[in-house]
Design a protein around this ligand. Sequence first.
Ligand SMILES: *Cc1c(COP(=O)(O)O)cnc(C)c1O
Length: 395
Amino acid sequence: MTKRSDDWAPATKLVRGGTMRSGFGETSEAMFLTSGYAYDSAEQAAARMSGDEEGYVYSRYGNPTNQMLAERLALLEGAETCRITASGMGAISSAMIAPCSAGDRVVAASALFGSCRHICSTILPRYGVETEFVNGTDLEDWKRALSKPTRLVLIESPSNPLLEAVDIEAVAELAHAAGALLVIDNVFASPILQKPLELGADLVVYSATKHMDGQGRVLLGAILGQSEFIEEHIDPWLRHTGPAASPFNAWVVLKGLETLELRVNQASANAAQIADTIAAHPNVQAVRYPGREDHPNFAVHQKQMKSGGTLVAFSIKGARAEAFKMLNALNLIDISNNLGDTKSLACHPCSTTHRALTEEEQAEMGLDESWIRLSVGLEDAEDLSRDLVQALNAL
Ligand SMILES: *Cc1c(COP(=O)(O)O)cnc(C)c1O
């Protein structure tokens, strides 16, 4: 009874996609908080377990609420299929580890979310997978690194925290020529603003914790791509290692998706306005916003992203002490390392999200103590601008 229409516009997919109505005719999707399923007969139990009959057997393998969310996300992304996991890292670690074996090689852009970087730099090498980091914005560096056979390439665009753009189409071509699977962490752009599968990615991974829930309530992740690949490589890993999502969390995100397009577009409009306000302030050295022409990768962002997105990074005149002073002077905006929320949140990457990197690694990605990352929410843009200006004035 699943409704699936590839012709629907995103707004319709977000509200209706994947809905399975029970016999009660509920209008809002039901939450199936069940770990197990009962069978009509012992024969049916045997048939379900052997796969001869379709149906649920255990919620580590599948659950109707989780299934509704997976179908809705697959429709929105334009992917053949989707699997959901307990967190974004559950999705990304599964998508990276499951396809790799000892002796394989992984290439990743050096500007990555901290835990993704840890998987590449520390976990994979312990299991005999060699990893190499490249400057994600430098196609020559990609060419050099992908001149050897490679199993998997991981990129994030825009990247965290400086919102650099990796040319997804160009890297997809190089990755495929090297025999690699291209995995994109599309969290910062969200499926509303960027469609990596259309640009040549093989798998798209999300932290649904961010824009998809978008209201700071639950952790969740998603992996999207071709059915054949996911069934062969990802399903056995998910089933037997168990990063299964809670149906409660899946339900929260399912309902969150209904307003995803509205929220992302409004937060992006707010972010664009606020980026200009910040750029004009005398205590600011530089602003990085994908929608501004002065962004060093503006052309690449323009090519692959519909708008500038919900995140802004800026460098204040000063270092850690001044950055802390500015953050502490905020009245409305919270200090938090979360992002993609209705509430605007600001953090100091060097001392929080990126503290595990050495100073050299931070410098390699252009990051220093003067940078602040701002996730713009749905408060009134004028109120947000006023809060930022008074905090910057405090310097
Ligand atoms: C938050 C985040 C993750 C991790 O997701 P969790 O849901 O916290 O596990 C991965 N990548 C990016 C870009 C993120 O922002």
